[in-house]
Design a protein around this ligand. Structure first.
Ligand SMILES: NC(=O)c1ccc[n+]([C@@H]2O[C@H](COP(=O)([O-])OP(=O)(O)OC[C@H]3O[C@@H](n4cnc5c(N)ncnc54)[C@H](OP(=O)(O)O)[C@@H]3O)[C@@H](O)[C@H]2O)c1
Length: 238
């Protein structure tokens, strides 16, 4: 568990599906919550009115982030590869630049991000990522390369970061804290499925888990067949 106490957290990208689950988990832990989302998405946080502060604005706007992270012990950032104008890398940079020194910084992304090139992807996974990247770029909706750049900047920073790499996601009731490995390809992860609510749980738990500082855990649901078959066995944390 963390040596530093977490009282106030900022959730960057709070209005999205993952963001809203993180808001809920953070409030349940009694944290003071500040959320950042686009002005037009503020109504999506109506259920939390009076229980959190919302800073409306683009998450890659340094001034918006500077105001939102002031006094926060932790920052949870959804790195979404939306838009073709360096949205994810701009968001990551603003958080890295403005969070207080020593704050816990937890970022979300997918398995396709690799920190050290030692992840072993199936051919099907790689093909799916390539197709998604090309199609997305064609409709100018998603820029996967920019999420890669965002994570490169996080990995290079000397802050207390964690990059949580999500598997394929599904909706549904919580099954508990996902399990993780340092590398995709670990049989522990083979089921490639996590409930979104539990991805959010892992992000929030990471705030107080010092074992995850400067780690890029790839996660999978704790009740999936691969997790059940391998939990307790040797997996790739070393
Ligand atoms: N979906 C998956 O299967 C999957 C798999 C593995 C990992 N992940 C990771 O999980 C995280 C959350 O992904 P999610 O799929 O669950 O989505 P999500 O939580 O719904 O998040 C999407 C975010 O992107 C923002 N956004 C959408 N369109 C935008 C635009 N045009 N310009 C700027 N911002 C825009 C949303 O803000 P608004 O509320 O303002 O629209 C929201 O904050 C991401 O880091 C993703 O890489 C997802």
């Amino acid at each position: 568990m963390g040596t530093e106490c977490v009282r106030k957290v900022c959730i960057v990208g709070a209005s999205g599906k993952l963001g809203q689950y993180m808001v809920r988990h953070a409030l349940e832990r009694g944290y003071e919550v500040v959320g950042v989302c686009r002005e037009r998405s503020v109504p999506k946080l109506a259920a939390f009115e009076g229980r959190m502060t919302v800073v409306p604005g683009h998450t890659n706007d340094p001034e918006v982030i500077r105001r939102a992270v002031a006094g926060c012990d932790g920052v949870l950032t959804v790195l979404a590869p939306w838009g073709v104008k360096q949205y994810a890398s701009g968001t990551a940079q603003a958080v890295l630049d403005h969070a207080r020194p020593g704050a816990r910084l937890v970022f979300s992304c997918g398995w396709h991000i690799t920190r050290d090139g030692k992840d072993m992807y199936s051919r099907t996974f790689l093909a799916a990522v390539r197709v998604a990247a090309v199609l997305a770029k064609l409709v100018r909706a998603v820029e996967i390369d920019d999420q890669v750049e965002a994570c490169r900047r996080v990995f290079a920073s000397d802050t207390r970061w964690t990059v949580v790499r999500g598997s394929t996601l599904e909706e549904g009731e919580s099954q508990g804290l996902p399990v993780w490995s340092r590398h995709v390809g670990d049989p522990l992860l083979a089921s490639n499925l996590t409930r979104r609510v539990d991805f959010a749980l892992f992000m929030v738990e990471a705030l107080t888990d010092d074992a995850l500082v400067q780690e890029a855990p790839a996660i999978v649901g704790c009740r999936t067949p691969s997790a059940l078959a391998h939990t307790g066995g040797p997996h790739d944390h070393a």
